[in-house]
Design a protein around this ligand. Structure first.
Ligand code: OGA
Ligand code: MN
Length: 205
């Protein structure tokens, strides 16, 4: 012990990450925070601040669409509303804890809102890009309304060596996982599926 007070919520996430490379937490944010983030996402969507998850020429776009169909809006941390500011303060706290207790060396982050229109999905993948291996932990918080039913699909599937873990995108649920280790997928959605998704990164680019 280093004399600082342990945070049981964070300790549970760390223990899960060590044991299974992922963690699911349902009380990371308050209901109020989640509703605020949901409204922020919906406002941005109305302002048409969302883009297809990747841009390119028409051919490229077809290829991309067969891999992922979500719309995203990157969050600019110099222009946050009050709710978003609260979100990032919590991320600061969590990140500082991880760095202090696990020496993870998180130095940067990037977050976006994501909206999956009906019929879209994100095929099995790892969260690594081209020559960038700085993404260490993926963090997803679902911003759906209360009544997400199993028949709406949209499960996050995490592929482990022996197992496929299906996680429903329940309102406020937070999933944290090792970006470069766990392959994962979003199954087709039958109802608009909302989230704030991001990465804690080991260095600035
Ligand atoms: C991603 C992703 C998972 C989810 O955006 O890279 O895998 O459940 N999201 O939304
Ligand atoms: Mn992913």
């Amino acid at each position: 012990m280093n004399g600082l007070i342990e945070n049981p919520k964070y300790e549970k996430i760390i223990e899960d990450l060590l044991n299974q490379q992922y963690s699911v937490v349902d009380d990371f944010f308050t209901d109020e925070e989640v509703s605020g983030l949901r409204n922020s996402l919906l406002n941005k969507y109305e302002e048409e601040d969302f883009k297809k998850s990747a841009i390119g020429d028409q051919f490229n776009e077809q290829v991309i669409k067969s891999i992922r169909g979500d719309f995203i809006s990157w969050i600019d941390e110099s222009q946050l509303n009050e709710t978003e500011n609260g979100f990032f303060l919590k991320m600061d706290d969590f990140t500082n804890y991880l760095n202090r207790t696990c020496f993870l060396g998180i130095q940067d982050r990037e977050f976006h809102y994501a909206l999956y229109p009906i019929g879209t999905f994100y095929k099995r993948h790892l969260d690594i890009f081209q020559n960038d291996d700085s993404r260490k932990l993926s963090v997803v918080c679902y911003l759906n309304d209360e009544n997400w039913l199993p028949e709406y699909g949209g499960e996050l599937v995490i592929y482990k060596e022996q197992d496929e873990i299906k996680i429903y995108p329940m309102k406020g649920r937070v999933v944290v996982f090792e970006s470069q280790i766990l392959e994962h997928e979003v199954l087709p959605v039958k109802r608009e599926r909302l989230s704030i998704t991001g990465w804690l990164k080991t260095r600035k680019l």
